[in-house]
Ligand binder design. Structure first.
Ligand code: GLN
Length: 498
């Protein structure tokens, strides 16, 4: 038993700990052994924190032995995308500029997981400051897809997603600004939940675009994602944008029964199946929708005509916020500085700013700073930024109206399966277009979930489920019902057989 403990879900591991079948130390050891065995090939981790994990596991076992276990996540090993400030481990956002940067405080998400007794295995890879969709923008190298090592794992949460497919822990925490949880989850054949903006505190989450960024969960099952969401959600006095909306008992709202989706209206919008979607992926998604129908759901055709503007609005608003958020990386406040590292580089304030950024920020980050500064500049502000804000409002309204007619929307996650490493790096526009089906959730301030629904060319395909603002329980219900009768999420990636 003990050698395959890493294969367990959160639910199974939690039950096993309660029953005393194994300890958190054994569970943690199994995950660390799996990381040791396979991460050389995958590169899911920026940093493995083996000593910290063992220490947290020992503490968990001691609590349990004393009858003081903290709840269902006590003793469960997981990883954090490397964008959360933690006092226990450096935080880099996969950027050169934050190499070895040590945060002086803990992100609320990490604090909550510590208070729940979960065991941190380490920090996982991302595109630099989460800008990208393939982790090819990471200073620490690309993360490879466990289904095919020549292909990307997706991004920006490529590390967390690959870590689930490779069983490097029981769950992973990531962020999704425009698809960064759902797209890599789809590419790696795992479950990815992006809650509504404001559901989870952003305090201590290194920002990319503050009005879009949101923490969520990558997991092996929808039920596990529900369990974790319950722990990390909630209003936080340290984040004024966190919502006071009550946290629901997401897991216990999921019920096993024969026709679990009776009375649930599943919307299908042609706008999500448009040009550019691989017909083989579309076919699998449509078969997935049939599965929902067989479970009692009513399928309703809907239309959201303004969705086609979501991607354009996103790529104006996000760089605008990026250009402002990145201003803090100036060689003075945080991280690496040319002044310290290269005394010959010049000492004027301008030299420090420009040379530090020139040296320590990657190409995509610089591209977005320039784009963002442009759309915010006088003369262009109205034409681009304000116009995009208006589009955002229209799309949010369109979603709100749609969710009066349906409970969830079903669609593909991405236009196609994971692409080859290097295939799109020199074409930023092609990379941006990959996000066309995920950004509507972020622009429209709703919630989204990705569940595996089949394979094309041996690569996983994701079914995307969307629900209205703070209606995470709806997508969780539909996703869990889907996984109750399908086996796609249980298929092992070929890497596991090596
Ligand atoms: N790929 C999208 C982008 O590059 C989404 C990134 C994200 O969600 N962090 O902006």
């Amino acid at each position: 038993m003990s050698e395959n403990l890493h294969l367990l879900t959160v639910e199974e591991a939690s039950a096993g700990l309660v029953a005393g079948h194994f300890t958190s130390v054994e569970l943690t050891k199994a995950c660390l052994a799996q990381i040791e065995k396979l991460d050389g090939k995958v590169n899911a981790f920026v940093r493995v924190e083996a000593d910290l994990a063992r220490r947290q596991a020992v503490e968990s076992d001691a609590r349990r032995a004393a009858g003081k276990a903290l709840g269902p996540l006590d003793g469960i090993p997981y990883n954090l995308k490397d964008v959360y400030a933690t006092k226990d481990s450096p935080t880099t956002a996969s950027s050169h500029i934050l190499e070895d940067w040590q945060a002086p405080y803990d992100a609320t998400v990490y604090r909550k997981l510590c208070e729940a007794g979960a065991v941190l295995l380490g920090k996982t890879n991302t595109d630099e400051f989460t800008m990208g969709g393939s982790t090819e923008n990471s200073y620490y190298g690309v993360t490879r897809n466990p289904w095919n090592l020549e292909r990307v794992a997706g991004g920006s949460s490529g590390g967390p997603a690959a870590s689930m497919a490779a069983h490097f822990g029981m769950f992973a925490i990531g962020t999704d600004t425009g698809g960064s949880i759902r797209q890599p989850a789809g590419f790696c054949g795992v479950t990815g939940l992006r809650p509504t903006y404001g559901r989870v505190s952003r305090f201590g989450e290194l920002p990319m675009a503050s009005s879009f960024d949101q923490t969520g969960v990558l997991a092996k099952t929808v039920r596990d994602a529900a369990m974790v969401l319950e722990v990390i959600s909630g209003v936080d006095p340290l984040d004024a944008t966190s919502s006071p909306e009550p946290v629901k008992p997401y897991l216990s709202l999921l019920k096993d029964n024969e026709k679990p989706l009776k009375g649930v209206r599943v919307g299908v919008a042609a706008e999500f199946f448009g040009e550019g979607v691989d017909p083989r992926c579309e076919q699998l998604v449509r078969e997935g929708i049939e599965v929902l129908k067989a479970q009692g759901a009513e399928i309703v055709e809907v239309s959201l005509p303004h969705l086609r503007y979501a991607i354009a609005a996103y790529y104006i608003l996000v760089p605008a916020e990026v250009s402002s958020n990145m201003a803090r990386y100036d060689g003075i406040h945080f991280g690496q500085s040319i002044e310290r590292n290269d005394p010959k580089a010049g000492t004027s304030l301008n030299d420090v700013y420009s040379k530090t950024r020139g040296e320590y920020l990657g190409a995509e980050v610089k591209r977005r700073i320039i784009l963002g500064a442009h759309v915010l500049s006088s003369g262009y502000y109205d034409q681009y930024y304000n116009e995009a804000e208006r589009v955002r409002t229209v799309i949010a309204q369109e979603f709100a109206e749609t969710f009066e007619k349906v409970d969830v929307l079903a669609a593909p996650v991405s236009p196609a399966v994971a692409f080859k490493i290097g295939e799109k790096v020199s074409d930023p526009l092609a990379m941006y277009k990959e996000d066309v089906l995920t950004v509507p959730v972020n622009v429209g301030v709703i919630s989204g979930l990705s569940v595996p629904c089949g394979f094309v060319d041996g690569m996983p395909v994701g079914l995307q489920l969307m629900a209205g603002k703070f209606r995470e329980e709806e997508i969780l219900k539909v996703g869990a019902a889907y996984q109750q009768v399908t086996e796609w999420h249980k298929q092992p990636a070929p890497l596991l057989n090596q």
